[in-house]
Write a protein that binds this ligand. Structure first.
Ligand code: KIV
Length: 271
């Protein structure tokens, strides 16, 4: 049973309270002002300026090429749109893996230049020192375990992670480490539902799943996928709520045809 409580501004503390009272957390990616304004009005609890912007906004094959400057630009436009949602920004590949000082400096840039509310980074024990250092500056950190797309060249595929016992045990111990280090929430991507449930029951911080089943504290999807802007990505976990690719294409074809036939602009659409 979950109880829904109206909140004016979602904070990291709100999310922990939501987990405590069994209210599920909604999270969606956002990369620009106009979309973020709609998502905020729709009361999405958390907007993630994900490094998936590298794929869906910049057309790269992986999340690796997007730069810190580009992430800051996306984040700043999302922040300008938001009244209620908590805005979390991904630290892009190459902006935190060097050492904890680099991780802190990149996080400070995101907080200062974009005025974001929190950062997210991928990994467990490998990045725990960086997480602690970022937290010393008072910057909230969200963790990300399971499928970590920034390590695609290490793993070689986007298949379900932690199916084998050894990897599942590493994930459990990483989740514990991230909680102890002070992460306010953890994303679990593409892992067996049973394992995700075990993690959500083991830690007190909210677990947000993507392809991790229903027994976690919240769900996140890439907005371009759930809105059907993107047609060529259809993993089993994705629910499409709209088919915007076809809708936009058809509207634009209509416009092109109206321009060609001089149906647009008509008498009322001119001065
Ligand atoms: O970048 C992103 O969109 C993400 C989500 C898949 C969680 O990290």
């Amino acid at each position: 049973m979950s109880t829904y409580k109206e909140v004016k501004k979602v904070t990291t503390h709100t999310l922990i309270e939501m987990k405590m009272r069994g209210e599920k957390i909604s999270m969606l990616t956002a990369y620009d002002y106009s979309m973020a304004k709609i998502f905020d009005a729709a009361k999405v609890d958390v907007l993630l300026v994900g490094d998936s912007a590298s794929n869906v906004m910049h057309g790269h094959e992986t999340t690796l090429p997007i730069t810190l400057d580009e992430m800051i630009s996306h984040a700043a436009s999302v922040i300008r749109a938001v009244d209620r949602s908590l805005v979390v920004v991904d630290l892009p590949f190459g902006s935190y893996q060097g050492n904890s000082k680099e991780a802190l400096n990149s996080s400070i840039r995101i907080m200062k230049e974009a005025e974001a509310h929190a950062v997210k980074l991928e990994g467990g024990s490998e990045v725990v020192e960086s997480i602690k250092r970022i937290l010393t500056a008072g910057i909230p950190v969200m963790g990300h375990l399971g499928l970590t797309p920034q390590s695609i060249y290490k793993f070689g595929t986007y298949e379900v992670r932690a199916k084998e016992e050894e990897e599942a045990q590493k994930l459990l111990s990483d989740a514990q480490l991230l909680e102890e280090a002070g992460c306010f929430a953890i994303v679990l991507e593409k892992i067996p539902s049973k394992l995700a449930k075990q993690v959500a029951e083991m830690v007190k911080v909210p677990i947000i799943g993507i392809g991790a089943g229903p027994d976690v504290d919240g769900q996140v999807l890439v907005s371009h996928d759930m809105l059907g802007i993107n047609k060529d990505f259809s993993p089993k976990f994705l629910r499409r709520y709209l088919n915007l690719y076809d809708e936009i294409k058809s509207a634009v074809e209509h416009y092109v045809s109206d321009v060609k036939s001089v149906d647009f602009p008509n008498q009322k659409e001119q001065y």
